[in-house]
Design a protein around this ligand. Sequence first.
Ligand SMILES: NC(=O)c1ccc[n+]([C@@H]2O[C@H](COP(=O)([O-])OP(=O)(O)OC[C@H]3O[C@@H](n4cnc5c(N)ncnc54)[C@H](OP(=O)(O)O)[C@@H]3O)[C@@H](O)[C@H]2O)c1
Length: 330
Amino acid sequence: MYVANEKRYENMKYNRCGNSGLLLPAVSLGLWHNFGDTGVYSNMEQMCFAAFDNGITHFDLANNYGPKPGSAEANFGKLMKEHFRPYRDEMIISTKAGYDMWPGPYGNFGSRKYLIASLDQSLQRMGLDYVDIFYHHRMDPETPLEETMGALEQVVRSGKALYVGLSNYDGPTLEKAAKILDERHVPFIINQNSYNILNRTVEQNGLKETSHRLGKGIICFSPLAQGMLTDRYLNGIPADSRVRTDGRFLHEDQMSEERLAGIRKLNDIAAERGQTLAEMALAWILRDGIVTTVLIGASRPSQILDNIKAIENTSFTAEELAAIDAVVGA
Ligand SMILES: NC(=O)c1ccc[n+]([C@@H]2O[C@H](COP(=O)([O-])OP(=O)(O)OC[C@H]3O[C@@H](n4cnc5c(N)ncnc54)[C@H](OP(=O)(O)O)[C@@H]3O)[C@@H](O)[C@H]2O)c1
C-alpha cells in the first residue's frame, strides 16, 4: 500500500491560477502517453508516486487518452482506487472532451449532448464523483459558443466539475467564451495550450496576452515538444523513445538535420546555464510568470524528477533569450 512522502510539499512551487483561488504546482503531469493499454501498469504506479511524492498535485487526462481511447482514465481510476483515494483532496484531476471519442454524431466537438455524456463516462472510468477541472478540448467552428459554454456551466452547477477550462482556443475566441462564462459566474480559470521554445503559437494568436489580461491561468502542454527539447534525440533515435514506441504524434521526419543542429545549440545554451536542455526548456516557459504550470509527459519516473529541477532557475538574461530565439528563428 502506497504511503506518500511526508516531505512532498517541501520543494515544489505553487502558482496561483490566474485570479482564482486555486494554486497549481509549477510542474504538472499529463497522462496522454504511457498510461493507456499499451503502457506498463507498474511504471504508471511509479511515475505517479514520483510525481505526488515531490509535490506534483495536478494530473491531467482527457476522455480520449490511450490507446485505446478511455484506457488512460481507466488506468488512472485503478491507481486512484488502489493508492490515491486517501489523497483525493490533495489532488487536482482534470479531464476533457472535444475530440473524436465514440461513433456517430454525438461523440465529437462541442455540443451540449457530447460534453455532458462524455464527462459522465470519464467519471465512471476514473471512479470519481467529480473532477477538479473539466475542459472543452478544442474550438468547434459549428456549435454556437453559447451552447458549449452552457454545457460547461451545467457540469459545474451539477457538481461534476469544480472549475472549467478551455483548450486549444485562440485569443479572440477565448475572449468571447470568457465573457459568456464570467457573466454566468462560471468558474472558468484556465487555458490549456501548446507552448514551447519551438512552438510560439500562443504568442501569435493572442492567447497568452488575452488570458493574462483576463486573469485566467495558463497550463502549457508539450513543453518539451514531446521530447525533442531534451537530450533524447541528440545522438540518434533511441529504441525506447516516443518516436519509436508510439509514433502517432511524433515522427522521425520531424527530426531533420537542421532541427537536430538547432537542438544541439540549445543544449549548449542550457549547459552554459548549468541546466539540462529539458530543465531550460521548462524554465523558459515559466520565465515571465505568466504561465501557471508546465504540463509535462514522461515515460519513466526519473524524467519527472529531472524536470522538477527546472523550477530552481527560471530567470534568463536578455542575451540568453536572444540566443534561444536566434537558434529557432523566432
Ligand atoms: N490539450 C491538448 O490538446 C493536449 C495535447 C497534447 C498534450 N496534452 C497534455 O500535455 C501532456 C504533456 O504532453 P507531452 O507528453 O507531449 O509533453 P512533453 O513533456 O513535451 O513530452 C513528454 C516526453 O518527453 C520525453 N521526456 C520528458 N522528460 C524528459 C527528460 N527529462 N529527459 C528526456 N526526455 C524526457 C519523454 O519521451 P520518451 O517517451 O521518448 O521518453 C516524454 O514522454 C499530456 O500528457 C497531456 O496531458 C494536451
